[in-house]
Ligand binder design. Structure first.
Ligand code: CO
Length: 291
């Protein structure tokens, strides 16, 4: 009986040996090569592109000697910068294909998005698809994913408010907002902020809280002056035009029309270490699973 079990175990072990050799391809051992892919939405505004460099510098410092590459999820933005600026940035799928081709075995894919919305989930699908081709991929969370992230993000918001802001002046953050269920994250962080400073409000361009929600709160609290700040990684088109632009339908113009003085800060969240630290911590979390 024992002998039967032993020969069965041996047979199994040999089968596994063969499988392992087959996986490595002609018996060659593929050396471990770890890499990082940073994935942002992308931006067509050159000054805003430099904001993303800040994240690369932080990642380089946290992972010395590890190759770091870029990808942008927005097809429209990639086409636009290629046509107008001759700047070619890969999508996450193409960037991962190149990394597979270049022999990477372990790739931490870090989302530089603000919420786990549609762009984030598409990125997760792309990253996981490469596992079937033998490349270990792990995805780091966007800025806000867990309840702890909401607290850290709210603290980053409070810490980056301009020093010149007076106690009776409001600070309105402008996030993107989305039709995706993850739109609730903006309201969730607003809830956390309310417990820290009741005049720091979250608004969004395309989701909730809306401009009307924010305006109603400002009126109810009798606010006379507002600081407008981006809650997007880069101060791109939505910030330059929809938030601070001279057109009548920008947040700055609409607030002014209501008799509320306002001042815009044109600095994306990726330009502040307080936010970058959160993304880098998420990257460390993903990378730590590789041996
Ligand atoms: Co948009």
């Amino acid at each position: 009986m024992h002998r039967i079990i032993r020969s069965f175990t041996l047979a199994m072990a040999c089968t596994l040996c063969l499988a392992a050799v087959a996986l490595a391809g002609h018996g060659e051992h593929k050396p471990t090569k770890k890499g990082i892919l940073l994935v942002a939405f992308g931006t067509s505004i050159p000054e805003a592109q430099h904001a993303l460099d800040n994240i690369v510098d932080a990642a380089k410092k946290a992972f010395p000697g590890v190759e770091i590459r870029w990808a942008w999820t927005s097809h429209i933005i990639r086409e636009k910068v290629a046509k107008e600026q001759g700047l070619h940035v890969d999508s996450e799928s193409v960037a991962l294909a190149k990394m597979l081709d270049d022999g990477f075995t372990d790739v931490a894919v870090q989302s530089l998005h603000t919420i786990p919305g549609a762009e984030y989930h598409d990125m997760v699908k792309a990253a996981h698809a490469y596992r079937a081709l033998g490349m270990r991929t792990l995805v780091g969370y966007p800025l806000m994913a867990t309840s702890e992230d909401l607290k850290l993000t709210a603290e980053a918001i409070i810490a980056t408010i301009p020093q010149g802001r007076k106690k009776n002046e409001a600070v309105v953050l402008l996030g993107h907002g989305t039709h995706h269920p993850a739109d609730v994250y903006y309201s969730a962080v607003q809830h956390v902020l309310a417990g820290m400073d009741e005049l720091v409000l979250m608004g969004t361009v395309e989701g909730h809280p809306t401009y009307d929600d924010v305006l109603a709160t400002l009126k109810a609290k009798g606010v006379k002056k507002v600081w407008l700040m981006p809650f997007m990684s880069v101060a791109g088109d939505h910030i330059v035009n929809d938030m601070a632009g001279p057109e009548a339908d920008s947040w700055a113009s609409m607030l002014a029309a209501e008799g509320i003085k306002n001042q815009s800060v044109l600095k994306g969240t990726a330009e502040y270490d307080e936010y970058v630290d959160i993304w880098i911590d998420h990257l460390k979390g993903a990378f730590s699973h590789f041996r």
